[in-house]
Write a protein that binds this ligand. Structure first.
Ligand SMILES: NC(=O)c1ccc[n+]([C@@H]2O[C@H](COP(=O)([O-])OP(=O)(O)OC[C@H]3O[C@@H](n4cnc5c(N)ncnc54)[C@H](O)[C@@H]3O)[C@@H](O)[C@H]2O)c1
Length: 251
């Protein structure tokens, strides 16, 4: 699909990877709605690209529904959804020192990273069903999710985060099957280490260890490098039901 003038929603678009995606899609001519729980930062990012900012907690269904209704009232139903909202956790499932992994943070990571992603996919695609097809192939829209290489190969302490991201990878094919009859594609991106505030919370030793596990280049990725992959996914109709790793050959 041609991105120019299409309505796009980017969750977690205030910061990091989401903000990189916002900049690239805006450059390609999309009308941007930034959904984020951090409204102040969302407003700053949206202002930069002439978009709108909407307060939204992706883990709260009421908040998600309201955010989509507000975005649709301003820009029309989104043809592009990019799910970037996510949180991290680093805690062993059990250890002698700290006992069992607490259920509260476990639940929250699953709620935000997995349920939040699925819920945004559900509401965005529901609104797409009533849109006119964009071309003779019948394309109506695309859902793009940000998972992580952790879905395939996570270090210790990341069982819950990895499970949340593996859930997104696993849901990609059945969602694409569900929506194929309406001309809606679903693609997931699995990034390695990218230079964002979230990745900045990791200590230097861990960062160094992760970077040494990349083949080339051994540096953090830039959010715009994910943005340009998102742009390509929107424009290339043959990409569907796939998870694409963007991780410099992380092993
Ligand atoms: N940075 C990396 O190295 C890396 C690697 C692999 C995957 N990821 C994934 O990429 C995504 C973006 O991460 P990032 O590094 O840009 O992090 P980030 O913290 O810079 O950005 C995440 C954004 O999501 C928002 N957010 C968090 N919880 C939310 C909620 N419940 N509702 C709405 N918004 C919420 C935050 O306010 C923030 O603006 C996450 O899903 C993360 O798991 C990041």
């Amino acid at each position: 699909m041609k991105i120019q003038d299409l309505s796009a929603v980017v969750t977690g678009g205030a910061s990091g990877i989401g903000a990189g995606v916002v900049r690239v899609l805006a450059q390609a001519g999309a009308k941007i709605a930034v959904f984020d729980r951090n409204l102040e930062l969302a407003e700053a990012t949206a202002r930069e690209v002439g978009g709108i900012a909407i307060a939204c907690d992706v883990a709260n269904d009421e908040s998600v529904q309201q955010a989509f209704a507000n975005a649709q009232a301003e820009h029309g139903a989104a043809r592009i959804l990019v799910n970037c909202a996510g949180i991290d956790t680093a805690r062993k499932i059990a250890s002698r020192k700290s006992g069992a992994h607490a259920i509260g943070p476990m639940q929250r990571v699953i709620d935000v990273n997995l349920v939040g992603t699925l819920s945004c996919c559900a509401h965005a695609s529901t609104a797409m069903l009533d849109l006119e097809a964009l071309d003779d192939d019948g394309e109506r829209g695309v859902l793009i999710n940000i998972a992580s290489v952790a879905a395939f190969n996570a270090p210790n302490g990341q069982a819950v985060y990895a499970a949340s991201k593996a859930g997104v990878v696993g849901a990609t094919l059945p969602m694409a099957r569900d929506l194929s009859r309406y001309g809606i594609r679903v693609v997931t991106i699995a990034p390695g280490l990218f230079d964002t505030p979230l990745a900045g919370t990791m200590d230097e030793q861990m960062t160094g260890q992760l970077l040494r596990r990349a083949l080339f280049p051994q540096r953090k990725g830039r959010p715009e490098e994910i943005g340009s992959l998102v742009q390509h996914i929107c424009e290339n109709q043959m990409l569907n039901a796939a998870t694409i790793r963007i991780d410099a050959g992380f092993f």
